[in-house]
Design a protein around this ligand. Structure first.
Ligand SMILES: *[C@@H]1O[C@H](CO)[C@@H](O)[C@H](O)[C@H]1NC(C)=O
Length: 265
């Protein structure tokens, strides 16, 4: 008896199987590329996700096409857990990325970023890993274009569009009131109570990498990345729920067919 849902489930799992191959490939590529601390904490979860999708797809294909009921049962259980976990993570991602935005300053082309504006959970994450992230940022040359443009006049610098990381990590805050020499060279004048102002250094290896504004600039990036991930998650969730529903039909069919075989061998 040819069952539509079994064939459909097999087909959907072949799609996810094919999807897992570029994910694993991408993870391996990332781990080969990773010579800075930045990328190092990205490759393992990506490879794990790819292998997980590969394993679950094979279970789905074998379970539906070869009518292995226990495998299909395991497949549905894992899918169910995956849907719940993904659903919770998506809600969490939206809650965590709800707070915080750059502050526009009048007459400036760039925004400034304050750590306190972002969710406390993200602040704690970034604070506890700051050692690694900091050395990674220092290696990644985000401030190189500003270091190179030493002859930029002040009024032109004020009009520049800086990324969140550049604004947070490569220059002192506007409130510090330092005297401008070049984008990365400032004469420290007035003493401000903001700890970021005393963290500032003209040394190209230090700059504002120790500032809270640098952490805030990173959080602003993470925030917009997570927003994108959350949107992709919603699409993925809808796809998973469809696959899960088809899987339930295939599971019922397997059981009915087995019952039929047992009654009329
Ligand atoms: C910053 O500018 C001052 C004055 O022009 C100069 O003496 C100093 O070497 C510069 N510092 C750096 C790190 O470029």
């Amino acid at each position: 008896m040819v069952r539509l849902s079994n064939n459909l489930l097999g087909l959907l799992n072949i799609i996810t199987l094919l999807l897992s191959i570029p994910i694993i490939g991408g993870g391996i590529w990332l781990s080969r590329q990773a010579n800075t601390d930045c990328e190092r904490f990205l490759d393992r979860p990506v490879i794990a996700l790819g292998v997980f999708i590969l394993a679950i797809s094979i279970a789905g294909i074998v379970g539906s096409c070869c009518r292995v009921t226990w495998l299909l049962w395991l497949y549905l259980l894992v899918m169910f857990v995956l849907i719940i976990v993904l659903f919770c993570f998506t809600i969490f991602a939206f809650v965590v990325t709800n707070k915080g935005a750059g502050q526009a300053i009048s007459g400036r082309g760039y925004k400034e970023y304050r750590l306190g504006d972002y969710s406390t959970w993200l602040q704690r994450r970034v604070n506890s890993n700051w050692g690694n992230i900091r050395s990674c940022l220092a290696q990644s040359k985000i401030c190189q274009s500003l270091l190179d443009s030493a002859s930029t006049p002040l009024d032109q610098f004020y009009k520049e569009h800086l990324s969140a990381l550049q604004s947070g990590c490569c220059k002192p805050a506007d409130d510090c009131g330092f005297q401008y020499v070049s984008p990365t060279n400032w004469t420290q004048t007035a003493s401000s109570t903001d700890p970021d102002c005393s963290s500032w250094s003209n040394d190209p290896n230090l700059l504002c990498y120790g500032c809270n504004s640098c952490k805030a600039g990173l959080l602003d990036n993470i925030k917009s990345d997570w927003k994108k991930v959350a949107v992709v998650n919603i699409i993925f969730l809808v796809f998973l729920i469809i696959v899960y529903s088809v899987g339930c039909c295939a599971f019922r069919n397997n059981r009915e067919d087995n019952a039929w075989k047992r009654r009329y061998p």
